[in-house]
Write a protein that binds this ligand. Structure first.
Ligand code: F0G
Length: 457
């Protein structure tokens, strides 16, 4: 059969409230034109994030009931630890309440002020946690990743030549670790090839620097390797995952993505001393090492979800449904970052809205228009999220791309929901000349996009 179906039946449903445009205009104004500040009941299709918003399976719900809530030595932790060790091959497994907690603990232990952390591209929380230690979060993606309409099968790759230059220029003492974010969320959910992971690991080994994966979307990355990289077409996802992680010395992960859980994270390594320091810090702020800020039931849900995320029927449906959205938009002339990513489609707002200057936030303008049009909540991934004020001049530094991310929660929406999204975007695209930019009237010091306030110009 050519038709790819959702490989699941729906057992439990959650109603969506259908609002009207007048109500949405009111909600948007009350939220200072920041969709993070809108109530979820006022959203029709929520594409804000694929993080923690997936639907759990009946097996995961059964796991929730089995959760052992003992403070110490929980059986649920043992199951979680065994699954993670088995899939990724790391020895020391530390549960955390979400990805950024794993990041904070890792960077607190491994980074010092003045250090540099190279990455294909840091996600916003990763960057913020590196910078919070006084270190520099350095993005060195391949140049192709900066051209939104250029096709490259592994546009998430790190620029390995650049990486070598950075290490030689700064010296190994200043580089406590190298990171690879799989898939590269901030640059379009684009995958990293096995070749690129292997090469990065060879460079890391040559200089004696540990390589860490930001493994949030490891299963989606493995699916792309299977589809696009020679000699991997006949390999199982499990064996591809196992090879990917064999090149790394550790990882951080938000289990809210390819753990298909509503909460959770994990920090892994093979370094006994480091793991000991991390556990000490964990106890201080997250909890005892056999639960790390989670409930035993969460550990069960993650352990099961990690396995389900590697199921090939699931991955085929998952990646095809993202592609379906991307291809319909492309066909209608909406500029998107190409090729479609794993967990999201990114509209190139700079190209779509050339009359709105980057300092007037074209991406933010587009997400507000989409919300007003159809109650769809998307995220700006541009100068609101990655721009900042220059500390010396006070001037705004813009991001190099102005994107709007339509992130698809796992197993949550059906094809007709996606058709609704396509229709809404095409309607906004037809009337795009009417859109105006925004002025930012408030911003916080860190991660400003969560709480920023705007006024339409
Ligand atoms: N790394 C990557 C690549 C991410 O995408 C995220 C979260 C994190 C780390 C942090 O994980 O949220 O559990 O603390 N990304 C979400 C998103 C929020 O919408 O892309 P967390």
């Amino acid at each position: 059969m050519k038709t790819i179906i959702e490989p699941f039946r729906i057992k439990s449903v959650e109603p969506i409230t259908i609002s009207n445009r007048a109500a949405r205009e009111y909600y948007l104004k009350a939220a200072h034109h920041n969709l993070f500040l809108i109530h979820s009941r006022d959203v029709i299709i929520d594409l804000l994030t694929d993080s923690g918003t997936g639907a759990m399976s009946s097996e995961q719900w059964a796991g929730i009931m089995r959760g052992d809530e003992s403070y110490a030595g929980s059986i649920s932790f043992q199951r979680f630890e065994r699954v993670v060790q088995n899939i990724w091959g790391f020895e020391y497994i530390i549960p955390t309440h979400q990805g950024r907690a794993a990041e904070r603990i890792l960077f607190s232990v491994i980074c010092k002020p003045g250090d540099i952390v190279p990455n294909n591209t840091h996600f916003d929380t990763t960057r913020a946690n590196v910078e919070f230690q006084g270190a520099e979060a350095l993005d060195i993606p391949i140049p192709e990743s900066k051209v939104p309409d250029m096709y490259h099968p592994f546009k998430g790759n790190i620029d390995t030549d650049q990486l070598k230059k950075v290490i030689k220029k700064n010296g190994i003492k200043k580089i406590p670790l190298i990171m690879l974010t799989i898939t590269n969320n901030a640059r379009g959910g684009q995958p990293v090839s096995m070749e690129n992971i292997r090469e990065t690991s060879e460079i890391a080994k040559e200089f004696g620097i540990p390589l860490y994966l930001d493994a949030c979307r490891f299963a989606e990355n493995a699916w792309f390797i299977k589809q696009r990289e020679n000699s991997y077409h006949d390999k199982s996802i499990k064996s591809i995952v196992s090879e990917m992680f064999s090149y790394a010395d550790g990882c951080t992960m938000s289990a809210k993505k390819d753990g298909i859980a509503n909460i959770g994270g994990v920090l892994c390594s093979n370094d006994k001393e480091l793991a000991k320091k991390e556990k000490d810090l964990l106890i201080l702020t997250e909890g005892f090492p056999t639960y790390g800020g989670l409930a035993g039931r969460d550990l069960e849900a993650i352990a099961i979800g990690l396995g389900e995320a590697m199921d090939e029927d699931y991955l085929q449906y998952r990646i095809s449904s993202t592609q379906y959205l991307g291809e319909h938009l492309l066909k209608a002339g909406v500029p998107i970052l190409q090729p479609p990513g794993g967990h999201a489609i990114y509209i190139d707002a700079k190209t779509m809205l050339p009359d709105i200057k980057p300092e007037e936030f074209p991406g933010q303008s587009l997400i507000c228009a989409l919300y007003k049009e159809a109650g769809i909540r998307a995220t700006e991934v541009g100068s609101v999220m990655f721009g900042k004020k220059d500390k010396q001049t006070g001037k705004e530094i813009q991001a190099d791309m102005e994107l709007v991310r339509l992130a698809i929660p796992r197993r949550t929406y059906t094809q007709s929901h996606i058709d609704y999204v396509i229709e809404a975007i095409l309607q906004v695209n037809e009337r795009k000349e009417n859109l105006r930019g925004l002025k930012m009237t408030y911003q916080a010091e860190y991660l400003r996009h969560f709480s920023a306030q705007f006024k339409p110009l």
